[in-house]
Design a binder for this molecule. Structure first.
Ligand code: PSZ
Length: 282
């Protein structure tokens, strides 16, 4: 089943025009929302970010967010999704190809679901990453469909048999190609501030909240590659990767080379939030 605008269709019934600006220019925005046991995690935060992304690029949502949440919940029920994700994208719609906006754009909204398993092995044993230059544009705070910079960086990681590319702009670690990055040094967490150089991750904000409630010192401050490689623990976070330790960067071992104690603590607290969602009655 696919949600197209405000109605559900069979996949074979949905056709997108070749002149949709999402296809032509990547002129649109998206969100990925995790579903645990049939219930969404952080729906309000994802909708808030979607609205913000839309506003920043002057895309109009085709209908109110409250109705969209209802339709997304309908989609989860209709696809009988238990553990997985909702993908939603909104483009500036269909128009004869030209760079500037159409005068009366009609946004295209598409959403569908996919089953997902939690990456338990990676969350316990860690992943390897490379560092690479952050070649993306200067509005990484917008969750834009234009992911070419991210795609090229992730491919570089894959070719190096690594799971993630950690991006460096100038001398500053910004984020991963599809994750936010945290380091831990002598008990203090560091992560890049939420400005135009990173996507302000929903999982990132969960970690910040957990750190505060557990009295773990946290600084939303930029750090450099040297601090990254010299950290006691490094973590990447996202909706699907949750909290995943990075134990090797550029063939250099991070800390003990195993998941560290603060990572484990954060994972335990995050898991409690997941369990709350799983056990919720609605
Ligand atoms: O399935 C996947 O691999 C996913 S689902 C969401 C993401 C990857 N990544 C979102 C993301 C991102 O693309 C960038 C550039 N930075 C940070 C993040 C993390 O954001 P949240 O925590 O909101 O998913």
């Amino acid at each position: 089943m696919i949600l197209l605008q405000d109605k559900l269709f069979q996949r074979s019934e949905v056709h997108i025009d070749i002149e949709d600006r999402g296809f032509q220019f990547g002129d649109g925005i998206y969100e990925v929302i995790r579903v645990y046991n049939g219930k969404s995690f952080g729906m309000a935060e994802h909708m808030e970010r979607l609205e913000r992304s839309a506003k920043e690029i002057q895309i109009h949502l085709p209908y109110p967010i409250e109705l969209l949440v209802e339709r997304l919940n309908d989609l989860v029920r209709a696809t009988n999704l238990k553990d997985g994700q909702i993908y939603i994208q909104i483009t500036r719609g269909v128009f004869e190809r030209m760079h500037h906006f159409p005068i009366h754009p009609q946004s295209t909204l598409v959403a569908y679901t996919k089953e997902t398993v939690r990456p338990i092995d990676k969350m316990e044993n860690g992943i390897s990453a490379i560092t690479t230059e952050d070649i993306r544009w200067l509005r990484c705070d917008i969750k834009s469909l234009n992911l070419l910079g991210n795609v090229l960086c992730k491919q570089q990681a894959k070719e190096a048999n690594c799971e993630e590319a950690i991006l460096i702009r100038g001398n500053t670690v910004t984020e991963g190609s599809s994750t936010n990055v945290f380091i831990i040094k002598e008990g203090t967490l560091f992560t890049h501030p939420a400005n135009n150089y990173i996507l302000n991750g929903i999982t990132r904000n969960e970690i910040i909240q957990i750190a505060k409630s557990e009295y773990l010192p946290i600084k939303e401050e930029a750090f450099d590659k040297e601090m990254l490689l010299d950290a006691d623990e490094v973590i990447v976070t996202s909706t699907t990767m949750e909290i995943t330790p990075v134990t090797m960067i550029n063939d250099h071992q991070i800390g003990s080379g195993e998941r560290g104690p603060i990572t484990k603590k954060l994972q335990m607290k995050f898991n409690e939030k997941v369990e709350e969602v799983q056990n919720a009655t609605n």
